[in-house]
Ligand binder design. Structure first.
Ligand code: KG4
Ligand code: ZN
Length: 325
């Protein structure tokens, strides 16, 4: 089965072609214009998607060395995300599906992030999955493909959002996660002990941590020299806040395969520390290009649904606040 996957949920325009689970192309255009505003400006994102979507799809088809008539289905993210951005990908995906008379599948962006874990490896179920992105922090048990039980979520900010906001405090460009990681490399993780939220169950919270960094900066007016130390201490607190509930769930329910996905799963300190802290577990990450938003994860999720015979009507609407099924 040859599938085109499209994601325009936020500020990345992406398209990918996969064939029987193998990624033939994965093209991502990251919009840079939002950096000076400190976050994504929805109207600018939609306009950029309009400009980029056709060339990006053409490139994905060309790089995969297929033609449109080889496609057996098209999947597009229909939520969660920015409504104007979602509509661009959906309109185009539906139009191509209608013109080629092939099935169309509306894809849940969170489910697609989970499917990024299956792009390169065969996974043994059950698996605990931590989705950790700019908009979501969700701890999910997956007994088998397509079956989800949510054990924990963030009560306030998503982890990626906390990285982006703290980066903004240091005057670093948006998106800030990779910028914090870069400067944290030169810093001491034990410079300040920032708070790690202690919650009942397996939920997460990042707003107290973010505020603690803000107060520290306001009170101490830190010199340039110690910014890497503050960044490293903040990153360590984020990493601990993600790891503790995840390992606690793994211990409690006795499942030791853990997958991490979403943009923050690119973070090297997170990758290294969870392996250090749970040596008995099989810890899985997608390659870096499949952590941040991409079309391949959408295509892989589409393939799963279409193979089961689940397609979507062309009347499907964008759902900006869609949750994991
Ligand atoms: O999954 P994603 O591309 O988009 C959403 O679905 O939100 O994730 C983007 C988020 C941003 O908040 C970005 O700052 C964060 O992932 N991020 C990182 C790193 N690379 C991207 N956070 C920490 N460390 C990184 N290396
Ligand atoms: Zn995402």
């Amino acid at each position: 089965m040859t599938v085109l996957g499209i994601d325009t949920s936020c500020d990345d325009t992406s398209a990918s072609v996969i064939r029987d689970g193998i990624v033939l192309s994965n093209i991502v255009f990251s919009q840079l214009g939002h950096s000076k505003y400190g976050g994504v400006v929805p109207e600018l994102a939609s306009r950029d998607h309009i400009r980029n979507i056709v060339p990006i799809i053409r490139k994905a088809i060309k790089e995969a060395d297929v033609s449109l008539k080889d496609l057996n289905g098209i999947g597009v993210t229909y939520g969660p995300g920015l409504v104007g951005s979602l509509l661009i990908g959906m309109s185009l995906g539906k139009s191509i599906a209608m013109a080629l008379d092939i099935p169309f599948s509306g894809v849940n962006h969170l489910e697609a992030h989970i499917f990024s874990l299956f792009l390169e490896k065969k996974i043994k179920f059950p698996i605990i999955v931590l989705i950790v992105s700019g908009g979501h922090t969700e701890l999910v048990l997956m007994k088998r493909e397509g079956e989800y039980s949510i054990f924990g979520s963030t009560l306030d900010d998503a982890c990626g959002e906390a990285f982006d906001k703290v980066a903004g405090m240091f005057g670093l460009p948006y998106p800030g996660g990779k910028e914090i990681e870069k400067i944290a490399k030169k810093g001491r993780t034990d410079f300040i002990h920032f708070p790690r939220a202690k919650l009942d169950g397996y939920d997460f919270s990042f707003s107290g941590l973010k505020t603690a960094v803000l107060y520290h900066i306001k009170k101490n007016h830190p010199s340039e020299k110690v910014i890497p130390d503050i960044a490293a201490s903040f990153q360590e607190a984020c990493v601990d806040s993600l790891i503790y509930p995840t390992i606690a769930l793994s211990d409690t329910i006795g499942i030791n395969t853990i997958g991490l996905c979403g943009g923050v799963a690119r973070n090297k300190r997170l990758r290294e520390k969870i392996r250090e802290m749970a040596p008995e577990c099989d810890i899985i990450f997608p390659s870096l290009e499949f952590c941040t938003d991409n079309g391949a994860m959408v295509a892989r999720c589409t393939e799963f649904h279409l193979k089961k015979g689940d397609s979507s009507p062309l009347s499907l609407k964008a759902e900006p606040s869609l949750e994991l099924p």
